[in-house]
Design a protein around this ligand. Structure first.
Ligand SMILES: Nc1ncnc2c1ncn2[C@@H]1O[C@H](COP(=O)(O)OP(=O)(O)OP(=O)(O)O)[C@@H](O)[C@H]1O
Ligand SMILES: [Mg+2]
Length: 187
């Protein structure tokens, strides 16, 4: 990590803490924003870190305008992407891929994020949104990421976040991975 990278991360982390603090501010105003622009912003924040780890991000993101809490949604996306990064590294996957697919369907925005890290063990998949549930070493995770993500999406944006394991083919190779879906109302 270069110094510039590190400074960005530090600034970003202190902002994250402020953002998490703000989440429980009931007066927080919703605003209109474009999901494609939000992903561009999000990916530029993490791109160096992910390319340094040889993680490919394969994305298809439609141009959709939504009304909601932009910074909070950014936190959720970063958390899901960081979880994929950790899983890909931990399992020592050779070709590390994360697939992002964003589109609207009827009156909903669908954000699908999946990886090829092997998925989540069936005996713990029900627990991943619980507060303090983590399979990571104490110094690497507190288990709060998906809990906060669920709070943001379900309590503050009237949406839904869920996970399942998926088996899929990419470039003729079969992979298994966790698929996180975030569904947000467009109206
Ligand atoms: N893409 C994934 N592949 C495999 N396991 C995952 C994936 N995403 C989440 N998990 C599992 O879900 C657990 C909970 O995730 P969560 O983001 O809530 O906490 P964490 O990443 O462990 O810690 P924190 O986010 O607080 O740093 C993880 O510890 C991991 O076991
Ligand atoms: Mg996490």
């Amino acid at each position: 990590m270069c110094i510039r990278d590190r400074n960005n991360t530090v600034q970003y982390l202190s902002k994250t803490i402020d953002d998490f603090r703000n989440i429980f501010n009931p007066n927080k105003k919703k605003e209109f924003f474009n999901i494609k622009t939000l992903f561009a912003k999000t990916l530029s924040l993490i791109s160096t870190q992910f390319s340094n780890r040889n993680i490919n991000i394969i994305k298809e993101i439609k141009d959709v305008e939504i009304n909601g809490l932009e910074n909070e949604l950014l936190q959720v996306i970063i958390n899901v992407l960081n979880n994929s990064r950790d899983a890909l590294e931990l399992k020592n996957i050779k070709e590390k891929n994360i697939f992002i697919n964003v589109y609207s369907k009827e009156d909903k925005l669908i954000i699908n994020i999946k990886d090829n890290a092997g998925g989540i063990q069936e005996d713990v998949i029900e627990k991943v949104f619980d507060p303090y549930f983590t399979t990571k070493h104490q110094s690497q995770g507190t288990g709060i990421g998906l809990y906060m993500s669920e709070e943001i999406i379900e309590k503050h944006m009237n949406g839904q976040i869920k996970v399942e394991n998926e088996i899929f083919k990419y470039n003729d190779i079969e992979y298994t991975g966790a698929l996180f879906s975030i569904i947000l109302p467009l109206k």
